[in-house]
Every structure is written in structure tokens, then in C-alpha cells.
Design a binder for this molecule. Structure first.
Ligand code: FES
Length: 168
């Protein structure tokens, strides 16, 4: 990340909100919508600009799980852990995703390709267990389909279609 650009961004955003109530949250929202997450360098810069301890900034970021500390992946895989999905095997799907991708929930693969998140009920419990990839719903997913789903998105990113047949 370009340090000069970063300083300019923070200074602009922080400047807009400097003496306004709730400024830290609003600044963090602006930062996240710009970068997709709140990079540590940015938190340090905000801390300097607003004269707020870094620990306080992290307290706010971690309190609201909306804020992310890691860059988003090109593909976000969200595993539903609502009751219906949980009972129908969502924990097994999550374990398999973590095993195949070598990351844990809330992390992004080193190549920036995949991010895995856990979400609560997606409102389609009759299709459990459910996961989404970039918002596309996969229903009744089985552990042995995880590899195929990942390969499909990895292949698409590399310019092919991976030969995957989507569920109707
Ligand atoms: S519990 Fe997963 S969709 Fe409702």
C-alpha cells in the first residue's frame, strides 16, 4: 500500500469528520468502503490524526463485526451456521473448506482468492445446508462437493470455466 496515498486518504476522510460526533465509526465506514477492510496502517494513521489510542480504534473495529481486519478475497464464501444448516452438517462443510483452503473462518487465502465467513440464517432453511459464493446460493451442499465448488471459482479466475456443472 502506497504510504503517501494512504496518508492523503486518511487525512481527507478524517478531515471531513474531525469534530463531529461519532466520527471514529463514520471514518471507519468510509475506510472500509474504500479498501474493503480496515488495514492496520490506516488504523495507525487515524490514531495519529484524531489523537485516539490505537487500542480504542481496535476496540471499536472488533466490537462491530461489520468491520473487517483482513482484505476481502476475490470470492467470498459464506457458510450458513443457522440452526437448520448447523443440524444438517454445516460444521462439516466449514471444516472441509478450511482444510482445502488452508485458512480458518474470517481469513483470506494468501493469494487473495478466497475468503471464508460464517453467517447466520440466510432465510432459505428448507435448502439446508446452504453456502453462498459471492452471493450465489449453493443448496444441500455435501462435503465432497466443496472441492468442486472451489475449483470452479479458481478456474474462472484463471480464465476458464472449470467444467463445473451448476445445480439447477
Ligand atoms: S439456517 Fe441456514 S438458511 Fe436458515
Amino acid at each position: 500500500m502506497d504510504a503517501a496515498q494512504l496518508e492523503k486518504d486518511v487525512s481527507e476522510i478524517a478531515g471531513d469528520w474531525k469534530n463531529k460526533e461519532g466520527n471514529l465509526i463514520m471514518i471507519l465506514h468510509r475506510i472500509q468502503s474504500k479498501y474493503g477492510y480496515v488495514p492496520r496502517e490506516v488504523s495507525l494513521e487515524i490514531s495519529k490524526h484524531l489523537d485516539i489510542p490505537l487500542a480504542r480504534i481496535y476496540e471499536v473495529i472488533t466490537f462491530y463485526n461489520y468491520f473487517k481486519l483482513e482484505p476481502p478475497g476475490k470470492c467470498t464464501i459464506s457458510v450458513c451456521m443457522g440452526t437448520a444448516c448447523y443440524l444438517k452438517g454445516a460444521p462439516t462443510l466449514l471444516n472441509e473448506l478450511e482444510r482445502v483452503l488452508g485458512i480458518t473462518e474470517g481469513q483470506t487465502t494468501k493469494d487473495g482468492m478466497f475468503r471464508v465467513e460464517v453467517v447466520r440464517c440466510l432465510g432459505c432453511c428448507g435448502l439446508a445446508p446452504v453456502l453462498t459464493v459471492d452471493g450465489k446460493i449453493y443448496q444441500g451442499v455435501k462435503k465432497n462437493e466443496i472441492g468442486e465448488i472451489i475449483s470452479k471459482y479458481a478456474a474462472e479466475e484463471n480464465g476458464g470455466n472449470g467444467g463445473h456443472k451448476e445445480k439447477p
